[in-house]
Design a protein. Structure first.
Length: 745
């Protein structure tokens, strides 16, 4: 197969920012939570009403607005003005003043009262309300109580206006300005002036970099203690996104100094060190001595969670479990004979160990019989009269587990019963899970915090079986819990290594084990009549060539083999950036698989377009919607009037306000990290040297084993060879292993 030539993409031209002034005629939609608004305004010398969309802290009919923004063409509603900034001006005509006052903006003033006030004061009306409000008593049928009500409402509106003018005047977008006002109210100006870095802690979507830009605009010193503290915490948060639970102090200082150095303002390294010591004394950071006395810096929640998790595991392991092994072995013999199956010696050991262990780990690669072994353990516990709970980190993994065992399986978040009111789990040490035994699958995905929540909810008499492939990538979140449990040698572990004959027929399984042993995999060269389920396409060394190869495979070979590109194929990439990264592939594949059409509503936000039929991925845990980081769904509908996007996750509709679309991303292509715990009929896996920073053995192993029926690797021999040779390139800073070994508390 040779890639067909593709036309070069036309460069995107950004629309020009324009100004627009007009009077608000009516509000079509306004979200009190996010401020997102659709309004119709009457602009001078324009016959038709103009539709404007944007974020407004407060908006009422009758207001005169000066707007800055861009014109956009909506596929269903036509031309719209997308507002980037706005200011309110006083209406200049008697009709405008009357409409403004009577719009409901001011409590106590309706259309009739507004007409009386304007009839009495004329064009001076707003000036009177602003500076001589007591004169309203002159208007017929307005008493002192009504005057006080109007005075209070006017002051509130004035506060909103002052905050919005202040924030926008200092370069804060209307989206963030609305969020800041909702959070702090009239105190917003004080907070932003004194410590804008507080915004990074309090408001989702505002991180250190945004807060830092706001701080510069309001004149906060680049050497401010608030800035240095926020910068240090930001560096640790970024490290957590790379899986680290802490950073050694020299590394934290180096990264913080780089972050805090700006044009013309070099960070004071001594000040960084002093502030780390100060934060340690105030327990805003937890500083612990590592090997050789090296100070290790944790955010407090990470330190206490890691320590408590180790303590809970040690307590669980200290409790003995009495079991009659003779009866267990007799049951295993009857169970296997009745099914005309046999357990391998390793599987036999695993079932016996599970019967007698308080906590146990079962690990092994593809084709080694983890699934059958788990099913046998569950059947044994059921025969022993135990009430069994089954869970996995993702919905798809839980579904597979339920199908295998014949029992109900839940996601860990559902099993632990997340409570949106408290933003915590209902199941904990005071309200433990109602089971005698718990099985958790795909535990390579367990991060520090979810593992801790699980152990807190395990009662003292409960047995816990953790099943997972330790050779896969570690969790997306901080820590490497499964690896640390195994490496501590304090937890009973059975590692299945024998690949069964049926599994050996799969080239995917054979290649995975070759990669795991550090061997370059034997791969079948791609053709129109493939003989195996694991194929190789030499995509050359140029990433752009790889993009064309992927497009051709999706258009030609995949459908010829009987697969549906829209439903069956998942493209997995080592990185997000570059020509063969997820961002570019998502744009390319969206255009290829789900192109625009008059009958497909779409919405654009933050440079990304979501269209009905698009595959999307959840980017953060959203406990209220019960969708979690890595969940895949399909855009089922768009409601332009209500400004809502509806995504279907495993048959369940989840609604997003347009303002919350930063929680989802296109998922025609996703990172290998995000694919953990999922399986897809077909996986396309581009591996290029441009990914060299991320290439490692467990990365390519994880990507390869996500496929159920077919994997196609595209790329260069050199990149695959580098990945196979690279072991644990991405080391994670964690001390769970040492805490389990009791080397530290």
């Amino acid at each position: 197969m040779s890639p067909s030539a593709q036309d070069s993409p036309v460069p995107y031209r950004y629309p020009t920012t324009e100004s627009l002034t007009g009077v608000v005629e009516r509000i079509t939609y306004h979200s009190s939570e996010s401020g997102y608004t659709v309004a119709r305004i009457q602009a001078p010398r324009v016959r038709e009403l103009v539709t404007v969309v944007g974020n407004f802290a407060n908006i009422q009919a009758g207001q005169t607005l000066q707007l800055k923004g861009v014109w956009k063409s909506h596929p269903q509603y036509g031309q719209q003005f997308e507002v980037q900034q706005y200011t309110e001006t006083k209406p200049a005509t008697l009709t405008g003043i009357e409409k403004y006052l009577g719009s409901g903006l001011i409590k106590g003033v309706g259309p009739v009262t507004a007409r009386r006030i304007v009839a009495h004061f004329g064009l001076e009306t707003l000036e009177v309300i602003e500076s001589q409000v007591e004169r309203l008593i002159e208007v017929p049928r307005i008493g002192k109580k009504r005057v006080r009500m109007i005075q209070k409402a006017w002051a509130e509106q004035k506060a909103i206006k002052e905050v919005m003018v202040f924030l926008q005047g200092h370069g804060v977008s209307t989206i963030y300005a609305v969020k800041i006002f909702k959070q702090y109210g009239a105190g917003a100006i004080s907070t932003v002036t004194n410590n804008p870095y507080q915004l990074a802690d309090d408001i989702y979507g505002i991180g250190f970099l945004t807060a830092d830009r706001i701080a510069r605009n309001v004149g906060v010193s680049p050497w401010s203690k608030y800035r240095y503290k926020s910068g240090l915490l930001h560096v640790l948060s970024q490290a957590a996104e790379d899986g680290h639970c802490f950073l050694p102090q020299p590394e934290l200082m180096k990264l913080a100094a780089e972050l805090l150095t700006t044009d013309g303002h070099e960070a004071d390294v001594e000040a960084v060190c002093t502030i780390i010591e100060e934060m340690g004394q105030q327990q805003e950071l937890m500083v612990e001595k590592g090997e050789g006395g090296m100070p290790l810096c944790y955010k407090p929640a990470f330190f206490t969670t890691e320590r408590n998790l180790a303590q809970l595991l040690r307590q669980q392991l200290a409790r003995s479990t009495e079991v009659d092994l003779v009866r267990v072995r007799s049951w295993i013999e009857r169970f296997t004979q009745s099914r005309q199956l046999a357990l391998s010696p390793q599987q036999q050991q695993a079932v016996e160990m599970a019967a007698s262990s308080r906590v146990m780990v079962l690990t092994g690669g593809p084709g080694t019989g983890k699934t059958f072994c788990t099913r046998t353990i569950v059947a044994l516990w059921k025969a022993m009269g135990k009430k069994i709970g089954l869970a996995a980190p993702t919905g798809r993994a839980a579904q597979r587990m339920g199908e295998v065992t014949g029992l109900e399986a839940k996601t860990l978040h559902r099993m632990l019963e997340f409570d949106p009111a408290t933003r915590g789990f209902k199941r904990d040490k005071d309200n433990p899970l109602p089971y005698d035994a718990v099985v958790v699958d795909e535990t390579s995905m367990l991060d520090l915090f979810l593992a801790h929540s699980l152990l807190k909810a395990i009662g003292p008499e409960v047995q816990l079986l953790l099943v997972g492939d330790v050779d896969q990538l570690p969790s997306v979140g901080p820590g490497k819990v499964l690896a640390d449990l195994i490496d501590s040698e304090k937890i009973p572990v059975v590692r299945l290594s024998q690949v069964f004959r049926q599994a050996q027929s799969s080239a995917i399984v054979r290649a995975a084990h070759q990669i795991n042993r550090g061997q370059y995999p034997n791969l079948e060269s791609i053709s129109n009549v493939p003989q195996s389920d694991c194929l190789w396409h030499n995509g050359g060394s140029e990433p752009e060539h790889g993009v064309r190869v992927v497009c051709e495979l999706i258009q030609e070979l995949i459908p010829r083999l009987g697969f549906n590109p829209a439903n069956d194929v998942q493209l997995l990439c080592p990185m997000t950036r570059g020509a063969v990264g997820t961002r570019n592939f998502n744009q390319v594949l969206q255009q290829l698989i789900n192109p625009p059409s008059p009958d497909k509503p779409e919405v654009s936000r933050g440079g990304m377009t979501f269209r009905v039929g698009d595959r999307v991925i959840q980017l953060k845990n959203d406990y209220e919607r019960e969708v979690f980081n890595g969940d895949l769904g399909v855009v089922a509908a768009l409601d332009a009037t209500e400004q809502e996007l509806i995504v279907q996750f495993d048959g369940r509709d989840v609604t997003y306000d347009y303002a919350d679309l930063n929680e989802v991303d296109l998922a025609w292509s996703i990172s290998i990290h995000k694919s953990q715990g999922s399986e897809y009929p077909v996986v396309l896996l581009p591996i290029y040297m441009t990914h060299y920073v991320m290439l490692s053995r467990n990365l390519i192993y994880t990507g390869l084993t996500r496929a159920k029926k077919l994997t196609i690797i595209i790329g260069s021999n050199q990149a695959i060879g580098m990945a196979v040779r690279q072991i644990n390139q991405q080391q994670r800073y964690t001390r769970l292993k040492e805490r389990l070994e009791s080397k530290i508390i």
